[in-house]
Unconditional design. Structure first.
Length: 295
């Protein structure tokens, strides 16, 4: 292999490795966050992640240097609001759902964005696969005791917020650059930290949980966002979307390793159908020139 070919392969492999590390980091952080639920609840861990994560992102991106045009403020506000709602609803879903199932249901948000961006006949195949996967994951007239309906609703709500987050994030990110995520995180923290603090109460004052809360903020926010910003300009949007489709599987594996959560064979097949639908939609849609980092 020539030196130029080796260099090209290395330049492609590095961002892919960075994205894989980012995804593993996010799911490990989610597992750690769930382990804190007995101490501070889902609402409390939302508060800790958003507050600590926002502080770290401000140090990294220094958004106080940004200028905000009047026409770009609304997308930025919606971006931040949906970022907070996505985290809040996702952690609420983890109270009663295994991590892999919660992520699979949440992933229907970006999957819907991908599907609605194309109108070709093959996209019906991905719609059918996604519907089949959801049918066997959700308690729609069968196995009502296997999946908590409220948890499933929260996960799907997080997915809907994720979809809006992508759409508004593309506009806000195009106007303000990488610092958008720090400002969005500040908006999310300003809205949802008081709610979480009120619901968690004095449990948040327990200093013993701060090391784990800091690890959650780093693993779920600071590290993956930073790695994605390095990787995204170096790979095609289609490659990014395909790799992101592995998130539900990585979440299920993380739940097995760290939380002792085991899925049934049917649930694994349903999860596989959603992953296949997401990968198929990513590979067949027409890639956009810019893609927004996901969380």
């Amino acid at each position: 292999m020539s030196s130029s070919a080796t260099a090209k392969a290395s330049s492609t492999l590095l961002p892919i490795c960075l994205l894989l590390i980012a995804m593993v980091s996010i799911q490990t952080g989610a597992s750690l966050a769930k382990s804190l639920f007995p101490l501070v609840g889902a609402e409390g861990i939302t508060t800790l992640r958003l507050s600590i994560g926002t502080l770290i992102l401000f140090i990294i991106f220094r958004p106080w240097r940004m200028r905000f045009a009047a026409g770009s403020r609304l997308p930025l506000f919606i971006y931040g609001l949906t970022l907070g709602a996505m985290n809040y609803l996702f952690y609420l879903s983890l109270r009663t759902l295994p991590l892999g199932i919660a992520v699979a249901l949440e992933f229907t948000g970006p999957l819907a964005v991908a599907m609605f961006s194309s109108r070709r006949a093959i996209d019906f195949l991905w719609v059918i696969l996604a519907v089949v996967g959801l049918w066997f994951l959700l308690p729609l007239g069968h196995n009502m005791d296997s999946i908590d309906p409220l948890g499933a609703a929260c996960a799907l709500g997080a997915g809907a917020c994720w979809a809006v987050y992508i759409i508004c994030g593309q506009k806000a990110g195009g106007d303000h650059g990488p610092g958008t995520v720090a400002v969005g995180s500040l908006i999310a923290a300003a809205v949802f930290c008081p709610i979480g603090a009120w619901q968690a109460g004095s449990a948040l004052l327990n200093i013993d949980i701060l090391p784990i809360a800091l690890a959650v903020a780093v693993l779920s926010t600071a590290l993956p966002y930073s790695l994605e910003i390095i990787a995204l300009p170096r790979i095609p949007a289609r490659t990014f979307g395909t790799l992101m489709s592995l998130e539900p599987a990585l979440a299920a594996l993380s739940g097995m390793l760290f939380l002792n959560e085991h899925l049934t064979t049917v649930q694994w097949l349903a999860l596989g159908a959603i992953i296949a639908a997401s990968m198929g939609a990513t590979l067949t849609i027409k890639p956009k020139p810019q893609i927004e980092s996901l969380s």
